[in-house]
Design a protein around this ligand. Structure first.
Ligand SMILES: [Cu+2]
Length: 275
């Protein structure tokens, strides 16, 4: 059998096994769907799909390189009779066609992943940001300070949402778009602007992260897709993801994704409590 046919069979078998393993891993991910830990928002699903696609593309490329190494090591090993191994003829042979095909294939694969999932995924993310009034987005004003996340709900008259223990808390209704308006400043020390630093608003379980920069107002629109909470899934929490001082690792807040009726009840009670 020619070298090319033998190697081709090795490559195809290894790739099929690899794709089978990758698909099994994707389907068996800890939280059920997708290779990401969290894809419990519309934006998270876009990221998880991109990751899955790239994994499927990467498996045959990875197998090509690994199988090529193994095949060459075995097939072209130096025979015992060779007296001057460093000068073996096969080690100085060049296959220009192989080099050309490798370069063209690499360029094509790069163009492919630039178009999809990169450009196509970004387009989906941008489209999700253009939320319209008819979709009745929930507005949540988010203030990041050293070291606390403050959530207010202007549509419901809530200036700082807290739980019974007085901790900041983020309540969201499931399947309704949320528009986060993100700012970094300290409402309790407005006289001292030097303490305003960069933070990053990260909910790992939603698969999204947005930097919060002093002097800027940034927005993030997403739709939670599953009823869950930090208690059920620690990945569903607000976590600062930009080193912002000694309190940075503890700059987190509990999240509750609840039904729309439970949210209305909570918002009413929260406003009535004067929070
Ligand atoms: Cu931080």
């Amino acid at each position: 059998m020619s070298n090319i046919v033998t190697f081709g069979i090795m490559w195809i078998v290894a790739s099929l096994l690899g794709e089978w393993g990758a698909t099994a891993w994707i389907n068996a991910a800890p939280h059920g769907t997708g290779t990401f830990w969290g894809s419990w928002s519309n934006l998270g699903v876009i990221g998880a799909n991109a990751f899955d696609f790239l994994l499927w593309v990467a498996v045959p490329i990875f197998m090509f390189v690994v199988m090529f190494l193994i095949f060459a090591m075995v097939r072209f090993r130096v025979p015992k009779t060779e007296t001057n191994p460093g000068d073996a003829k096969d080690q100085r042979r060049v296959n220009k066609a192989f080099i050309g095909i490798w370069i063209v294939a690499s360029v094509l694969i790069n163009i492919l992943v630039w178009l999809h999932p990169n450009a196509s995924g970004l387009e989906q993310v941008f489209a999700a940001q253009r939320v319209t009034k008819t979709e009745h987005p929930l507005i949540v004003d988010v203030v990041a300070r050293q070291w606390e996340w403050i959530f207010s709900y202007p549509q419901y008259g809530i200036t700082q949402a807290v739980n019974s223990a007085g901790q900041d808390v983020l309540y969201l209704p499931v399947n309704r778009p949320v528009k986060f308006i993100l700012q970094s400043y300290d409402p309790f020390h407005t006289y001292d602007a030097t303490i305003n630093v960069m933070h990053s608003f990260w909910i790992p379980g939603f698969g999204v992260k947005q930097d919060v920069v002093p002097g800027e107002t940034r927005t993030l629109v997403l739709t939670p897709t599953k009823i869950t909470s930090t208690q059920q899934d620690p990945m569903v929490r607000v976590q600062c993801a930009e080193v912002c001082g000694p309190g940075h690792p503890y700059m987190e807040a509990n999240v509750h994704v609840v039904s729309s009726s439970a949210f209305a009840k909570w918002a009413k009670a929260e406003a009535a409590a004067g929070n």
